[in-house]
Unconditional design. Structure first.
Length: 94
């Protein structure tokens, strides 16, 4: 079952000083407030580090994958993974 993305773009003028300034909708894992997706660089980091996120369920990973895909499309980040199980692993690893 594919989860529906909850990610929403967030822009705040000025400088963000704390992660707590961001709304939950900016995170790949909104309930845990893990992996902010506030720009292309953060999206690339979330993709690369996806398998390192701890204390989340498979359902939360499915939700995060949907959020990362939506943010990647918004920021123009190429994403070839078709499943969350492919994220964060070295190229060619299963």
């Amino acid at each position: 079952m594919t989860k529906r993305a909850t990610w929403k773009e967030h822009e705040k003028h000025g400088k963000l000083t704390k992660k707590s300034d961001l709304p939950g909708t900016v995170f790949a894992f909104p309930k845990k407030r893990k992996e902010p997706l506030s720009d292309a660089s953060h999206v690339r980091n979330a993709i690369a580090r996806f398998d390192q996120v701890e204390d989340v369920t498979d359902e939360e990973r499915e939700q995060a994958f949907a959020n990362i895909r939506k943010a990647a499309a918004h920021y123009g980040v190429e994403m070839t993974a078709t499943s969350w199980r492919e994220l964060g692993k070295p190229h060619g690893a299963k």
